[in-house]
Design a protein around this ligand. Sequence first.
Ligand code: AMP
Ligand code: MG
Length: 411
Amino acid sequence: MISLEEVRQNILERIPVLPAEEVDLHLAGGRTLARSVQSTDAIPPFDNTAMDGFVVRFEDIAEASEESPVTLPVTAIIEAGMPGDQPLNPGEAMRIYTGAVIPPGGTAVVPFEICQQEGREAVTFTRPAADGAHIRRQGEDVPQGGDVLSAGTRLSPAAIGLLASVGATRVSVYQAPRVAVHSSGNELVPIDSALTPGKIRNSNLYSLCARLNSWGAIAVPRPVLSDDLESIRLGLQETLDEKPDAIITTGGISAGDLDYIREVAREMGEDVHIRKVAMKPGKPLVDGTLGGVPFFGLPGNPAACLVSFEMFVRPALARMEGRKDGMPPMRSGVLAEGCSLGPGQRMRWLRGRAQPDPAGGPDKIDLPTGQGSHLLTGFSTANCLVHVPASETELAAGSSVEYWSLTEEEA
Ligand code: AMP
Ligand code: MG
């Protein structure tokens, strides 16, 4: 058996970064920047007010109090979008609205709520304002000519907004990996088929495509491969002709006689490894390249196939897409209830549901029943994989554990 970490490193070493492409900004959410973006503008482009109120020279109301109020004439109205270039002279105030330009000479904004308006012509202040009060400074978000975002950044909605604010209409991002997915096995029928004796529905195709798409890759469903060498060869060759960025198969990689995917991958591929990974679920794995395309032969058992995807395919996709760090951080939490695991030589990934503790303590983790590698009901409500070292046979309620979030995005 070989450790998960060793396999992952070995896989990552042969994963290429995909070429970049230019896309319209509104389509770039979730993608990874291939080139850093600089701004020719400062953002905000001008000093502006954070509040609706009156802009003054702060010295003019420095002595204002309830006992000795200061009244100033209102000489202009500055709305958002106006140039705001009329100077504010000493001893004057201007009515100003959120987002509007601070006029030359203005040094503080006093919100409407704390002034007394004397009609439209004058305003009375009963307290001083600090120099710069409620003024948002030019360049506070992005300095002029500065780096906005660096290559390798995954574009969150806020990042897209930031790029929009500097006028980046198109951005250079890494291509999203197109991943072909084949299930294999003579027992599989399409999911709209009634079940006849010996048959099951092809669920892995759907779970993997869902995971690929939720990660940000483009899933390309491919036909089921039946358990014979020739149809597997043909099926994989047809998929290679489509030039995907990666190929995933499920099933057919254990030690059984009918596990032909192993044989064909070895025959057609380069640098193909038939693994026994020291983890549960997910011991069998085949990885390598087919015609230069990264290949992942994942286990057939539905839970194992998803766990192996997280451990090996997800970091590989992140590498392809040029993401800075393909691995979400390991988090820690405590088990809500104990569980008995029995002896094992492999580290385990238990499907768990982590929830923050309202009292501020460590996250609480429930382990749904049904942890078998063939079971999906417990997995369906899980949001994390709990790491249990091989040496543990029993975990008491309250035990500290580490877990890997299934929902948290990597950087
Ligand atoms: P295998 O690795 O091919 O021996 O498959 C292991 C187990 O996973 C068997 O019980 C298969 O029936 C099941 N299995 C394989 N492929 C799928 C699939 N696409 N959907 C659901 N179950 C599958
Ligand atoms: Mg099979």
